[in-house]
Structure formats: structure tokens, C-alpha cells
Design a binder for this molecule. Structure first.
Ligand SMILES: Nc1ncnc2c1ncn2[C@@H]1O[C@H](COP(=O)(O)OP(=O)(O)OP(=O)(O)O)[C@@H](O)[C@H]1O
Length: 659
């Protein structure tokens, strides 16, 4: 496993966090007091490990990363990748060729004989220098074009892969905070780095070619000059790589804080939170919290800048000393008569060019390496996401739903010790209305999601006509379920699309769903009817009330030609009339479909064929309303009585208007 992928053992995190907070700048400490992530970064041990790892060990992984980046680039556009690499390399060849031609010019100019004759002798080489410059310039321009074309294509392809994975991973992955950090890093910078890595790789190749030419010229002039040249640049290169690692390690260490900073920033600037932010005057609190995060990040980055400057200053001084040594050696060779003046002139030129090329090489290797660290975040995300995909299932759905049952279902959310479901057995038969009731947090929605195939149980199974859903192609059974979710999404699409969720509309089914859910009244008020965009953030977009949104969500669940309708608190935001209409609908819908209903309005489950009562993740009672009411001190009986008592004796008129 590469060093920068290794996760710190949890036990080490606390200890290292203590060490870490001792080394933080004072501002970070003060914000750390308010930010748990600042005090106990999960990545601290990892960051220390990265900093302590030898540069050579880490750099050894670079070629593999470069190859991966090139593969991504090739996938995005083979033509532009080939053009970028090919044209840049060709431009590099002409740069080297130009230097060799310059050496020829100098040799002729510093030779013996009258000046006009020496100038004439230098003319062919001069022409070669000019030709090489023109060719290099043309190739570099074309290469720049190819490079500029490549970047957006690569970014697109990498981002698409990212979203293909985020939209396929198992739902519970979103409840895992470690994975959320990984996803944040991949989205934050990881995807942008592939194109950059390709560019830096090309720079490395170009610089290498220039360097080979210089090395060739220098070794012909005097072999001692070559190691001296390398010595002048190595300290600088070491400093650059080290500085990059310091920055990356700190950024990675701050992943959770930066994610929190983004979340708070969104709350401060998002429409969805704008009203409550004002109503509860959350502004000072959020701003203060945002400032604490931003202060921590700023202080940490100031610390990084200080350390980077020190490292670079060390590298620069050592490189300066090595340059002085090189020129002293050159002077010594001249004074000692070991090298004629014309050769020394060429050597100075070659050394300068060599330093430029070597510097360029080290800078591009460093940039490539730094990019590689971030690119690796994207690869790490892809690796982790692939392990979070549902295992491939090939079994087709075993016919229309006859019976959906669960067997010893156990499910715990990631990062929690307490299971939300602890061995649940229920059964829903075709044409039945089955209700799940229970107090808040008893596990109803979790069970509904498992029955809808959205979560994977840790133990037990959900069986469709006796076949374990784990073996069935997920798209097949999800298509047979109409989910009216408690946390429904209003998509930034037209009202029509918000209901049908598919490109082609079955007008008859749509009209029926609109009527059954009461969404027909909502659509009638929209300026462009079903074609109205349901998102106020865009021109001509409409906004809906909470109940209106819920009617649209109910229409979505009813539109689907499903075997099973799962309705999780489908009426929480509805007015009394709409609520009654939807419950009536759900009860009559069960003549041709099966309905699983979750609600706290117990009067509405009286008609259910069977009621399961959940408590702390277990089914504690089951039966019809009458059977459950017959259990003395029973859970359901108590809940029902509390609601019934609230209305009892108040003499409300019935639905028909009579007392
Ligand atoms: N995403 C989550 N991550 C961790 N724990 C969760 C998550 N969602 C729910 N839980 C926990 O799982 C348990 C069951 O929650 P669930 O939402 O299924 O209850 P519920 O019966 O539907 O409650 P309600 O009536 O309030 O909707 C609760 O203890 C809850 O805190």
C-alpha cells in the first residue's frame, strides 16, 4: 500500500493529536478549542508518517502515478494526448538542437583568424540556431493548443467517473464520515489534478531532453563539469519536493475542518437555510463558527508558508554554494590552461542552460509529485468507492410480487454501535395494506429503506417471493417499488419530470397519479402547468409550499407502475382534506398493488390488513387494529389511546358534516 494511502490506526490518533496540538500555532490552538477536528485530526499520525518518509521512497511511486494519469488522459482523448506529448517532446528536441548549434557558433567565433572570416564560418551554425528556434516556437505553439484542448476533456472524463461512482455506491456510504472525507478530497482537488499531471509529465520529458543535450555538450567540454552541474540544482530540487509535501500533508490533515468550513459556508449562502438562519438569528453563531474554521486553516497555512520558506532558503543557499564551486572550478581549469577560452565560453553557456533545464526538470518533477499527491486522493476515492458498490447480482426479479418478507433483519448505520434493526421478521402479501408504527427512532424508515432495496442488511435477508433481494439485479426490483419518501427531493426539473422521473410520459398514468395524490390542484396553479420548472433559483422557476411539495412527491410514488408502494410519512405536511384523500387512495390502491404505510396518524392505519409495531429496532406487536387494541397495556393500544383521547368528547362533526 502506498504510504500516503495508509490510514492511521484509530488508537494512535488521540496520542498524536495531543502532540500535534502542542506544535500548532497559537491561533490554531484557540480555534482548536472550539473545533474538535482541529484538536484531534484523524490524519495527524498519517501526516507525520508522510513527512518522515524518504523523498526517494515516495518519488519511486511517481512513475506509476504518471502512467495512470496518462491512461486517464488517453481515455479522454487519444488524439490530443498523443499530440500534447509528441509535439512537446519534438519542441524539446529542437531546443537541444539549438544549444548544440550555439556551441558551433561560439566555437567558430572564438577560433583563430580575422573576424569577418570567423563570422562567415559561424554563419551555417547561426542559420541552424535560427531554424531550430523557429521550429521549436511553432511546435511549442501547437503543443500548447493540444494541451489546452486536453485539460477540459480530461477533467470532464474524471468528474464523470467520480459522479458515476458517487451515484452507484451503497446508500449507507453517505453515513460514513471517513468516506465523506475521502469523497470531499477527491471532489475538492483530486479530479482537477489529472490534467495537470499530464502537463507536468510533458514538462518533465521536455526538460529531460534539454538536459541530455546539455550533458552531452558538457561532457565533451570537460567531464568534471557534469557532476558539478548536478550539484548546483539538487538542493533546490530537494527543497521544492519537501515544501510540496509539507503543504499536502497539512491540507490532508485539515480535511474534516475544511469540509466543515464548506458546509457552514453553504449554510450561510444557501437558499434552503436562508429563512431559518434569519428567523433564529444564526448569523453570529455561524459566522463565528466559520471564522473559527477559517482561522484554523489560515494559521495552519501561515505555518506551512513559514516552514516552506525555511526549507527553500536552505535549498537556495546550498545551490548557490554549489554554483560558486562550479565557476571556481571553471576558473581553475582556465587559469591552469586545461581549457581554452572559447571552450570555457561554451561551458558557461551550457552550464546556464543546464541549470535552467535541471531546474525545470526538478520543478516539473516536483509539481508532478505534488499533483500526484492530490491525484492519488481521487484514485483512493475510486478504490474505496468500488468496494462500496453493491455486489453484482444477475438473477432476474422472480415475477410479480406475491409476498415480500424479511428474515432476521439486522442493520446498523456506519459508525454506530447500536443497530437500528435487531432481527426483524415481517411479511407483506400482494394486495395488502401493511402498516409500520412506532415511536420516533424505532426503526420504521430504516426498515422501509431495506425493503426498498436501498440499504444492505448486515444479517438476515429481504425476500421477494422467497428469493433473497441480494441476488436480484437491483434496478429490476427498484423499478417495481414506488417510494414516497419521508425526505423527498424536489428536483430542479419540470413538474412533469418531477413526477414521472423518466423521459417518456404515460399521460394516462400521470393524470391518475395527479388526481390520486391531489397534485392536480398544485399543477393547476403553476404558470406553465406541468412544464413549470420547480426551482426558484432559475429564471421562471416556481416554489411550492411544503404540502404542495409533498403532493408532488406522492404523485411520483403513485405514477410508477409498481407492485409495492412504500409510503413513509406521506402526509406529514398535508392539510386534513389532502391527508384523508391520500390515505383513501393508498387503501384503495391496494386492490391492484401492495402498500406499506408508515405513519404516526394511527387513525389512518385502522383499516390496514396488518400492523407491525416497532420499538428500538424490534417488532414488539403485530396484528390487526382490533387484535392490537385487545392487548392490555400493549404498545399500540397506548399510542392509539393517546391520540384518540385528544379528540374524544370534543364533539367534532364527522366528514359528512354531521355531529
Ligand atoms: N443516517 C443515519 N445514521 C446513523 N443513525 C441513523 C441514521 N438514520 C437513522 N438513524 C438511527 O436509526 C434509528 C432508527 O431510525 P429511523 O429513522 O429508522 O426511525 P423511525 O422509526 O423512522 O423514526 P421517525 O418516526 O422519527 O421517522 C434511530 O436511532 C436513528 O437515530
Amino acid at each position: 500500500m502506498p504510504l500516503w494511502r495508509r490510514r492511521p490506526p484509530a488508537a494512535d490518533a488521540q496520542q498524536s493529536a495531543t502532540e500535534q496540538s502542542a506544535t500548532e500555532p497559537s491561533g490554531a490552538e484557540s480555534s482548536g478549542a472550539r473545533l474538535p477536528e482541529a484538536k484531534a485530526s484523524r490524519y495527524s499520525p498519517w501526516a507525520h508518517e508522510l513527512e518522515a518518509t524518504s523523498i526517494w521512497r515516495v518519488a519511486a511511486r511517481l512513475p506509476a502515478l504518471v502512467v495512470t494519469a496518462l491512461r486517464w488522459s488517453w481515455r479522454a482523448s487519444p488524439r490530443d494526448t498523443a499530440a500534447t506529448v509528441g509535439l512537446n517532446v519534438a519542441a524539446g528536441v529542437f531546443t537541444a538542437f539549438g544549444l548544440i548549434a550555439v556551441a558551433g557558433v561560439l566555437e567558430s567565433l572564438f577560433g583563430s583568424g580575422p573576424t569577418p572570416e570567423r563570422v562567415r564560418a559561424a554563419l551555417p551554425s547561426l542559420l541552424l540556431v535560427a531554424g531550430a528556434a523557429v521550429a521549436r516556437g511553432t511546435l511549442a505553439t501547437l503543443a500548447g493548443w493540444a494541451q489546452a484542448r486536453l485539460a477540459p476533456q480530461v477533467e470532464r472524463s474524471v468528474e464523470l467517473e467520480l459522479f458515476r461512482l458517487t451515484s452507484r455506491i451503497r446508500l449507507e456510504s453517505f453515513d460514513d464520515s471517513d468516506f465523506a472525507d475521502t469523497m470531499y478530497r477527491a471532489r475538492d482537488r483530486g479530479t482537477r489534478e489529472v490534467a495537470r499531471m499530464v502537463n507536468y509529465t510533458v514538462d518533465v520529458l521536455t526538460a529531460l531532453i534539454g538536459l541530455i543535450a546539455v550533458a552531452g555538450v558538457l561532457s565533451v567540454l570537460h567531464i568534471a563539469l557534469l557532476p558539478l552541474l548536478i550539484l548546483t540544482v539538487l538542493p533546490d530540487g530537494w527543497a521544492a519536493v519537501r515544501a510540496a509535501r509539507i503543504r499536502y500533508a497539512k491540507l490532508r490533515e485539515m480535511t474534516t475542518i475544511r469540509r466543515r468550513e464548506t458546509i457552514i459556508g453553504d449554510l450561510l449562502a444557501d437558499r434552503a437555510s436562508a429563512a431559518e438562519l434569519r428567523a433564529y438569528d444564526m448569523r453570529p453563531f455561524l459566522l463565528d463558527h466559520y471564522k473559527a474554521c477559517a482561522d484554523h486553516v489560515r494559521d495552519a497555512l501561515l505555518g506551512v508558508a513559514r516552514r516552506q520558506t525555511l526549507v527553500r532558503a536552505g535549498g537556495d543557499s546550498a545551490s548557490g554554494a554549489a554554483t560558486a564551486l562550479t565557476y571556481t572550478a571553471l576558473g581553475g581549469l582556465l587559469v591552469g590552461g586545461a581549457m581554452p577560452l572559447s571552450v570555457a565560453g561554451t561551458a558557461v553557456l551550457a552550464i546556464r542552460q543546464g541549470q535552467t533545464s535541471l531546474n525545470q526538470l526538478l520543478l516539473s518533477v516536483n509539481a508532478c509529485y505534488e499533483s500526484g499527491l492530490f491525484f492519488n486522493d481521487f484514485l483512493e476515492f475510486c478504490d474505496q468507492a468500488r468496494t462500496r458498490l453493491a455486489p453484482p447480482a444477475t438473477r432476474p426479479l422472480p415475477g410479480e410480487l406475491e409476498v415480500l418478507s424479511t428474515r432476521g433483519l439486522v442493520f446498523a448505520y456506519p459508525g454506530t454501535d447500536e443497530p437500528a434493526l435487531r432481527g426483524v421478521d415481517i411479511e407483506v402479501r400482494r394486495g395488502e395494506v401493511v402498516a409500520l408504527v412506532g415511536e420516533n427512532g424505532s426503526g420504521k424508515s430504516t426498515l422501509a429503506r431495506l425493503l426498498s432495496g436501498l440499504y444492505t442488511p448486515q444479517a438476515g435477508a429481504v425476500l421477494w417471493n422467497g428469493v433473497d433481494l441480494a441476488e436480484v439485479v437491483p434496478e429490476e426490483y427498484r423499478a417495481r417499488i414506488g417510494l414516497i419518501s419521508q425526505d423527498y427531493t424536489q428536483w430542479p426539473l419540470s413538474a412533469r419530470r418531477n413526477i414521472t422521473m423518466e423521459r417518456d410520459t404515460d399521460e394516462q398514468r400521470l393524470r391518475r397519479a395527479l388526481k390520486l395524490s391531489g397534485a392536480d390542484e398544485v399543477v393547476a396553479e403553476l404558470s406553465q402547468g406541468l412544464d413549470t420548472l420547480l426551482d426558484k433559483r432559475f429564471v421562471d422557476g416556481a416554489d411550492l409550499s411544503g404540502g404542495q411539495k409533498q403532493r408532488i412527491a406522492a404523485a411520483r410514488g403513485l405514477y410508477r407502475d409498481a407492485d409495492l408502494v412504500v409510503a413513509d410519512e406521506p402526509t406529514a405536511a398535508l392539510d386534513a382534506r389532502a391527508e384523508q384523500r391520500l390515505f383513501d387512495t393508498l387503501h384503495t390502491a391496494a386492490t391492484d398493488r401492495t402498500v406499506l404505510l408508515i405513519t404516526h396518524r394511527l387513525a389512518s392505519v385502522r383499516m390496514a390488513d396488518r400492523i407491525y409495531v416497532l420499538d428500538r429496532g424490534r417488532v414488539v406487536e403485530q396484528g390487526t387494529h382490533e387484535q392490537l387494541m385487545d392487548i392490555p397495556g400493549g404498545h399500540y393500544r397506548q399510542l392509539f389511546s393517546i391520540q384518540a383521547d385528544a379528540y374524544a368528547g370534543l364533539g367534532f362533526p364527522s366528514r359528512s358534516g354531521e355531529e
